[in-house]
Design a protein around this ligand. Structure first.
Ligand SMILES: [Mg+2]
Length: 292
């Protein structure tokens, strides 16, 4: 079944990209090349001193959100905020500044929706959009977009973050239906750039050292995703750009997993990925997809 295979590959791709990129987070491409020539192994380390195959907030927040969606039977703002709050209390290895600030605000106010701010255009909502894409698979486009915003606004309430989250979820869904890369480019990536020219990733420099700003992140991910032709090359290309490499790796891994499926998943990476995380990703991908 192409859809379930690709859904599992998307979730494992997210986790593998996170684990691969975390080693070189905050490094420049030059520093990465000096240390590793090409970083292409799940070796752990990095500024978080991770074990090989260990993941960070990108994957664990996605799993927390997915569990909340499964418990509620839908994408619910309060349930998502409570799940993220419980996740933060459990002392995750890493947490973004915007996530922390708006979860502390939720603790104070009980309001699961962050106030609108153009300054909150980080990549923290986009990195965890996959469970929403899976849970709303087969629903109307407007329903999918609204569900993306519900989960995003718990911590990131910004037009650019929203646009990226919605675009990524719709891309994943079309890839699960068997769409090819050209379709994803013309139906989703180009329309995103048409609406928000900031995201333009063609005819701009090769993005190196991408920051956590959603525009930098999407530009780097789209350059790697659209300019490579297999899962492994895509992920190596994006994480060796350094910067917010765990998150660019996670998002690129999600897209490439959804596009290429399990057949392209490198066995060595899959074997090194944290066993509990691997099982949770596989289980959740199947549970989130609507039956039938
Ligand atoms: Mg991270």
């Amino acid at each position: 079944m192409i859809t379930t295979d690709r859904a599992i590959a998307a979730y494992l791709g997210l986790a593998i990209g996170d684990a691969l990129g975390a080693t070189v987070e905050f490094m420049t491409p030059r520093e990465i090349a000096a240390q590793y020539r090409v970083h292409d192994t799940l070796r752990g380390g990095g500024w978080l001193h991770l074990k090989p195959g260990q993941v960070t907030d990108d994957t664990t927040m996605s799993l927390a959100l997915g569990n909340a969606i499964l418990a509620q039977g839908r994408v619910d703002a309060l349930a998502a905020a409570q799940a993220f709050d419980a996740w933060m209390r459990a002392k995750p290895v890493d947490i973004g500044n915007t996530v922390r600030r708006n979860l502390l605000r939720f603790r104070r106010t009980g309001d699961p929706e962050a106030p609108y701010s153009d300054h909150d255009a980080g990549n923290g909502a986009a990195m965890r959009v996959l469970p929403v894409a899976l849970a709303t698979f087969g629903q109307a486009e407007e329903t999918v977009r609204a569900a993306c915003r519900v989960q995003a606004h718990v911590t990131h309430h910004s037009a650019l973050s929203d646009a990226a989250c919605e675009c990524l979820a719709l891309m994943v869904q079309d890839a699960l239906r068997g769409a090819g890369k050209n379709h994803l480019l013309h139906q989703h990536a180009h329309p995103l750039v048409a609406r928000h020219p900031e995201f333009g990733f063609r005819a701009v420099r090769q993005i190196g050292n991408p920051s956590g700003y959603i525009v930098d992140t999407i530009q780097a991910v789209f350059q790697s995703f659209f300019d490579t032709d297999d899962f492994r090359t895509c992920l190596i290309d994006v994480v060796n750009r350094g910067g917010d490499a765990d998150t660019t790796g996670a998002i690129a891994g999600m897209l490439a997993g959804a596009l290429y499926g399990m057949v392209e998943m490198p066995a060595a990476w899959l074997k090194t990925l944290d066993e509990d995380i691997r099982r949770s990703c596989e289980t959740q991908a199947l549970a989130l997809l609507p039956a039938g």
